[in-house]
Design a protein around this ligand. Structure first.
Ligand SMILES: Nc1ncnc2c1ncn2[C@@H]1O[C@H](COP(=O)(O)OP(=O)(O)OP(=O)(O)O)[C@@H](O)[C@H]1O
Ligand SMILES: [Mg+2]
Length: 222
């Protein structure tokens, strides 16, 4: 459940949403994706409601159809009104950018976890979203697959998408985020530029969370 969340997402960058299990991170992304209706409140997008297109979401366990990698990469393109040839070209080009072009005709079900996640990113990227929502995209991946996903996420940002992602990996949050939203029990407790958040978290909740998540001890100046 979310409660009194007031977030202003400006034009650029990568915002990482962190917080304990059950804080409301996934619910927040789902509401922004239009997959779940808020009980109250408004979402304002350039002075309007949520757009029908322009938002893509990638889940921790992406759903892949029992068809080729290429077919899965193009699944988000159907509503965009592209010709078949253009959709195919765009799907192939995006597969190249995530390093899966040589697997285009393989069955998507045969991909490894890291490859599946790269395919899910390609599917979202091919749509050229204005806003990309990523829910724990590297939760089950090893360090090298995680690094590959982070590289792709940065490239998607460079391509012009605004990115909001959740993670329990604080190292990743430090590496990739421009700013951090710390959520706890459905509320935004703190929001700050990444470097400031990790060096000097302001709230007691964020300090405890950071200390509890890291395998080494940290002390903050009070
Ligand atoms: N449709 C819904 N209506 C009301 N409450 C919900 C709904 N969906 C989820 N919740 C509740 O909202 C809370 C936040 O859940 P959410 O899945 O967003 O947490 P999270 O921060 O993503 O946690 P995790 O780190 O474990 O993924 C939970 O208590 C959950 O049971
Ligand atoms: Mg979640």
């Amino acid at each position: 459940m979310l409660c009194g969340v007031d977030l202003d997402i400006d034009a650029e960058g990568i915002t990482v949403i962190i917080g304990p299990n059950g804080a409301g991170k996934t619910v927040l992304l789902r509401v922004l994706a239009g997959l779940q209706a808020p009980d109250g409140g408004v979402i304002d997008w350039h002075g309007d409601g949520l757009p029908a297109a322009g938002i893509a979401m990638v889940f921790q366990h992406p759903v892949l159809l029992r068809s080729s990698v290429l077919h899965n990469a193009g699944l988000g393109l159907a509503p965009l009104g592209l010709s078949c040839a253009e959709a195919r070209r765009r799907a192939l080009q995006t597969l190249e950018r995530v390093g899966l072009a040589d697997r285009a005709s393989d069955s998507a079900r045969r991909l490894s976890g890291g490859e599946r996640q790269r395919l899910a990113l390609a599917r979202a990227w091919a749509m050229r979203p204005q806003l990309l929502l990523l829910d724990e995209p590297t939760a089950a991946l090893d360090p090298s697959a995680t690094e590959a996903v982070e590289r792709i996420v940065r490239e998607i940002r460079t391509d012009g998408a605004r990115i909001l992602m959740t993670t329990h990996n604080l190292g990743q949050a430090m590496r990739i985020s421009d700013d951090v939203v710390f959520l706890d029990r459905g509320r935004v407790i703190e929001r700050a530029p990444s470097s400031r958040f990790f060096a000097r978290p302001q709230s007691a909740e964020a300090k405890l969370f950071i200390q509890g998540e890291l395998p080494w001890r940290v002390a903050f100046d009070s």
